[in-house]
Design a protein around this ligand. Sequence first.
Ligand SMILES: [Zn+2]
Length: 195
Amino acid sequence: MTTRRDCEHCEGPMPITARSHARFCKPACRAAAHRAARTVPAELTSRPRWIRRTSRKVPVAVDGAAASSADPASWSTHRDAVRSTAGAGLGFVLNGDGVVCLDLDHCLDAEGEVAGWARNVLDAVGGSTWVEVSQGGDGLHIWGYGALPHGRRITVGGGSVELYGTGRYIAVTGRTFGGTPQRLGDLQHVIDSLL
Ligand SMILES: [Zn+2]
């Protein structure tokens, strides 16, 4: 029995000639994925809280076993997670240590234009921290530092911002948005203004 896999970068189907452990559908996808892995800030890659995720966002460990945001034994280093062929991509576990992620869903149109409500959030962030484009290509993840004891979903003029700091993982693409810096900045003032 064979397991159908998707390309780790574009999530398109693998060519039928692909080797069983191939991860990318074509060389351009391999190159793009390796570029993306290098743009993740060191504040994230230095923390051993990486997992893999399937194309349906089920968390798996680097060996393909079940993973959980509540079980540190199922997490790995960034290096090992990048090398793993389990699942379809990378995830980073938020565990309440002060690293947070603001998830702005469906805020980019097909041309990459940012919706007004999301632009307001980005203006408040002020280019101080790393922002990546989400797996679907139409959302943004704003990574940084802040106090966030519980996940929250805030409706802001036409869209919604999900704020996470603990108890879950975030799918990391490494696709840097615009010219945002490769470091994590303080997001507490943004969190306070949203809450
Ligand atoms: Zn591909």
